[in-house]
Design a protein around this ligand. Sequence first.
Ligand SMILES: [Zn+2]
Length: 223
Amino acid sequence: MKTPCYKPSLTERLAALLFPERCVSCRTEGMLLCPRCFRSIRPNIHPVHSNPRGICSITKLYTPCHYHHNPALRKALHHFKYRYYKKVGYYLAPLLYRTLLNDLPPPGTHIVPIPLHKKRKAFRGFNQSHVLATHLSSYIHFPVTPLLKRVKKTTSQATLSRKERRSNLIDAFTLCLDNPPPRTTPLLLIDDVCTTLSTFKSAAETLQNHGYTIILCTALAQA
Ligand SMILES: [Zn+2]
Protein backbone atom coordinates (compact mmCIF):
# COMPACT_ATOMS: atom_id res chain seq x y z
CA MET A 1 0.00 0.00 0.00
CA LYS A 2 1.27 3.47 -0.90
CA THR A 3 2.08 6.01 1.78
CA PRO A 4 -0.84 8.46 1.96
CA CYS A 5 -0.26 11.77 0.20
CA TYR A 6 -1.42 14.56 2.50
CA LYS A 7 -2.49 17.85 0.93
CA PRO A 8 -1.62 20.57 3.47
CA SER A 9 -3.51 23.83 3.81
CA LEU A 10 -1.74 27.16 3.25
CA THR A 11 -1.38 27.65 7.01
CA GLU A 12 0.14 24.20 7.37
CA ARG A 13 2.57 24.89 4.50
CA LEU A 14 3.68 28.12 6.15
CA ALA A 15 4.05 26.38 9.52
CA ALA A 16 6.09 23.64 7.83
CA LEU A 17 8.51 26.27 6.51
CA LEU A 18 9.10 27.57 10.02
CA PHE A 19 8.90 24.24 11.85
CA PRO A 20 9.65 21.38 9.45
CA GLU A 21 7.78 18.19 10.25
CA ARG A 22 9.73 15.13 11.27
CA CYS A 23 8.73 11.48 11.23
CA VAL A 24 7.41 10.61 14.70
CA SER A 25 9.32 7.33 14.55
CA CYS A 26 12.73 7.90 12.89
CA ARG A 27 12.85 11.74 12.97
CA THR A 28 13.51 12.03 9.22
CA GLU A 29 12.50 15.50 8.08
CA GLY A 30 9.58 15.89 5.69
CA MET A 31 6.41 14.28 7.04
CA LEU A 32 4.94 12.95 10.29
CA LEU A 33 5.22 9.30 9.24
CA CYS A 34 7.81 8.68 6.55
CA PRO A 35 7.26 6.03 3.83
CA ARG A 36 9.91 3.73 5.29
CA CYS A 37 8.29 3.71 8.76
CA PHE A 38 4.79 3.40 7.28
CA ARG A 39 5.89 0.34 5.29
CA SER A 40 7.48 -1.16 8.40
CA ILE A 41 4.04 -1.50 10.08
CA ARG A 42 3.23 -5.17 9.64
CA PRO A 43 -0.39 -6.33 9.30
CA ASN A 44 -1.94 -8.81 11.71
CA ILE A 45 -1.88 -12.41 10.49
CA HIS A 46 -5.52 -12.92 11.52
CA PRO A 47 -7.12 -9.47 11.34
CA VAL A 48 -10.82 -10.45 11.24
CA HIS A 49 -12.71 -12.30 13.98
CA SER A 50 -16.41 -13.13 14.28
CA ASN A 51 -17.88 -12.78 17.79
CA PRO A 52 -14.40 -12.21 19.28
CA ARG A 53 -13.83 -13.83 22.69
CA GLY A 54 -17.44 -15.05 22.59
CA ILE A 55 -18.83 -11.51 22.87
CA CYS A 56 -22.17 -11.94 21.14
CA SER A 57 -22.87 -8.19 20.89
CA ILE A 58 -19.85 -7.79 18.54
CA THR A 59 -20.63 -9.27 15.13
CA LYS A 60 -17.10 -8.88 13.79
CA LEU A 61 -13.81 -7.37 14.91
CA TYR A 62 -11.12 -6.06 12.56
CA THR A 63 -7.65 -5.49 14.04
CA PRO A 64 -5.16 -4.38 11.37
CA CYS A 65 -1.96 -4.50 13.43
CA HIS A 66 -0.46 -5.81 16.62
CA TYR A 67 0.46 -2.98 18.98
CA HIS A 68 3.56 -4.52 20.55
CA HIS A 69 5.09 -5.83 17.30
CA ASN A 70 5.17 -2.47 15.53
CA PRO A 71 7.41 0.21 17.06
CA ALA A 72 6.58 2.79 14.37
CA LEU A 73 2.86 2.34 15.00
CA ARG A 74 3.36 2.58 18.77
CA LYS A 75 5.22 5.86 18.38
CA ALA A 76 2.64 7.21 15.93
CA LEU A 77 -0.22 6.34 18.30
CA HIS A 78 1.61 7.91 21.22
CA HIS A 79 1.99 11.19 19.29
CA PHE A 80 -1.62 10.98 18.12
CA LYS A 81 -3.14 10.41 21.56
CA TYR A 82 -0.80 11.95 24.08
CA ARG A 83 1.10 14.61 22.18
CA TYR A 84 -1.99 15.74 20.25
CA TYR A 85 -0.63 15.36 16.70
CA LYS A 86 -4.08 15.23 15.11
CA LYS A 87 -2.65 14.87 11.60
CA VAL A 88 -1.11 11.48 12.45
CA GLY A 89 -4.64 10.07 12.09
CA TYR A 90 -4.45 10.85 8.39
CA TYR A 91 -1.41 8.63 8.01
CA LEU A 92 -2.87 5.74 10.03
CA ALA A 93 -6.37 5.50 8.53
CA PRO A 94 -5.19 3.57 5.42
CA LEU A 95 -4.20 0.70 7.72
CA LEU A 96 -7.85 0.37 8.74
CA TYR A 97 -9.00 0.55 5.14
CA ARG A 98 -6.56 -2.14 4.03
CA THR A 99 -7.93 -4.53 6.65
CA LEU A 100 -11.58 -3.83 5.88
CA LEU A 101 -10.88 -4.78 2.26
CA ASN A 102 -10.30 -8.38 3.45
CA ASP A 103 -13.97 -8.69 4.39
CA LEU A 104 -15.92 -5.59 3.42
CA PRO A 105 -18.65 -4.33 5.78
CA PRO A 106 -22.12 -4.56 4.22
CA PRO A 107 -23.43 -1.75 1.99
CA GLY A 108 -25.12 1.01 3.96
CA THR A 109 -22.81 0.69 6.97
CA HIS A 110 -22.39 3.78 9.17
CA ILE A 111 -19.07 4.48 10.88
CA VAL A 112 -19.51 5.26 14.59
CA PRO A 113 -16.50 6.69 16.45
CA ILE A 114 -16.08 5.66 20.09
CA PRO A 115 -16.77 8.98 21.84
CA LEU A 116 -14.66 10.72 24.45
CA HIS A 117 -16.21 12.35 27.48
CA LYS A 118 -16.69 16.05 26.71
CA LYS A 119 -14.10 17.09 29.31
CA ARG A 120 -11.43 14.79 27.86
CA LYS A 121 -12.26 15.93 24.34
CA ALA A 122 -11.99 19.57 25.40
CA PHE A 123 -8.58 18.84 26.94
CA ARG A 124 -7.21 17.00 23.90
CA GLY A 125 -8.93 19.26 21.37
CA PHE A 126 -10.20 16.38 19.25
CA ASN A 127 -11.52 12.84 19.48
CA GLN A 128 -8.88 10.61 17.92
CA SER A 129 -11.49 7.99 16.96
CA HIS A 130 -13.52 10.61 15.14
CA VAL A 131 -10.41 11.77 13.24
CA LEU A 132 -9.71 8.17 12.16
CA ALA A 133 -13.37 7.69 11.21
CA THR A 134 -13.36 10.82 9.04
CA HIS A 135 -10.24 9.79 7.15
CA LEU A 136 -11.46 6.20 6.80
CA SER A 137 -14.74 7.52 5.38
CA SER A 138 -12.86 9.23 2.56
CA TYR A 139 -11.55 5.80 1.50
CA ILE A 140 -14.57 3.60 2.04
CA HIS A 141 -17.35 6.15 1.46
CA PHE A 142 -19.52 5.21 4.44
CA PRO A 143 -20.98 8.11 6.44
CA VAL A 144 -19.61 8.99 9.88
CA THR A 145 -22.46 9.01 12.41
CA PRO A 146 -21.59 10.03 15.99
CA LEU A 147 -24.35 7.85 17.39
CA LEU A 148 -22.87 7.34 20.84
CA LYS A 149 -22.28 9.73 23.69
CA ARG A 150 -19.97 9.12 26.63
CA VAL A 151 -21.89 10.03 29.76
CA LYS A 152 -19.43 8.80 32.36
CA LYS A 153 -15.95 10.26 32.74
CA THR A 154 -14.06 7.00 32.98
CA THR A 155 -10.50 6.43 34.14
CA SER A 156 -8.08 5.77 31.28
CA GLN A 157 -8.40 2.06 30.42
CA ALA A 158 -4.63 1.76 29.95
CA THR A 159 -4.08 2.21 33.69
CA LEU A 160 -6.53 -0.48 34.85
CA SER A 161 -6.58 -4.25 35.33
CA ARG A 162 -8.82 -6.45 33.18
CA LYS A 163 -11.49 -6.61 35.92
CA GLU A 164 -11.32 -2.87 36.59
CA ARG A 165 -11.68 -2.12 32.86
CA ARG A 166 -14.99 -3.96 32.75
CA SER A 167 -16.49 -2.18 35.77
CA ASN A 168 -15.03 1.17 34.66
CA LEU A 169 -17.22 1.12 31.55
CA ILE A 170 -20.57 0.10 33.05
CA ASP A 171 -23.16 2.60 31.84
CA ALA A 172 -20.43 4.66 30.15
CA PHE A 173 -22.32 5.23 26.91
CA THR A 174 -25.75 6.33 25.80
CA LEU A 175 -27.34 6.86 22.41
CA CYS A 176 -27.55 10.28 20.76
CA LEU A 177 -31.19 10.19 19.85
CA ASP A 178 -31.14 13.06 17.34
CA ASN A 179 -31.99 11.44 14.02
CA PRO A 180 -30.43 7.99 14.53
CA PRO A 181 -30.21 5.67 11.49
CA PRO A 182 -32.74 2.81 11.20
CA ARG A 183 -32.14 -0.13 13.55
CA THR A 184 -31.33 -2.38 10.56
CA THR A 185 -28.26 -0.23 9.71
CA PRO A 186 -24.93 -2.05 10.10
CA LEU A 187 -22.63 -0.05 12.38
CA LEU A 188 -18.83 0.01 12.35
CA LEU A 189 -17.48 1.14 15.71
CA ILE A 190 -14.01 2.63 15.52
CA ASP A 191 -11.36 3.15 18.18
CA ASP A 192 -7.58 3.62 18.15
CA VAL A 193 -6.37 0.67 20.27
CA CYS A 194 -8.23 -2.24 21.82
CA THR A 195 -6.90 -4.43 24.61
CA THR A 196 -9.54 -6.37 26.52
CA LEU A 197 -12.39 -5.30 24.18
CA SER A 198 -14.17 -3.79 27.21
CA THR A 199 -14.80 -0.49 25.45
CA PHE A 200 -16.17 -2.12 22.30
CA LYS A 201 -18.27 -4.52 24.38
CA SER A 202 -19.81 -1.72 26.43
CA ALA A 203 -20.51 0.44 23.35
CA ALA A 204 -21.91 -2.53 21.38
CA GLU A 205 -24.21 -3.52 24.24
CA THR A 206 -25.56 0.05 24.40
CA LEU A 207 -26.32 -0.09 20.68
CA GLN A 208 -27.79 -3.57 20.97
CA ASN A 209 -30.07 -2.42 23.79
CA HIS A 210 -31.44 0.16 21.36
CA GLY A 211 -32.20 -2.44 18.70
CA TYR A 212 -29.09 -2.48 16.48
CA THR A 213 -27.99 -6.00 15.59
CA ILE A 214 -25.08 -5.77 13.13
CA ILE A 215 -22.21 -4.25 15.09
CA LEU A 216 -18.74 -4.39 13.59
CA CYS A 217 -15.70 -3.04 15.43
CA THR A 218 -12.27 -1.93 14.30
CA ALA A 219 -9.21 -0.54 16.03
CA LEU A 220 -5.85 0.22 14.50
CA ALA A 221 -4.02 -1.99 16.92
CA GLN A 222 -4.72 -4.81 19.29
CA ALA A 223 -2.54 -4.83 22.37
ZN1 LIG B 1 10.29 7.37 9.69
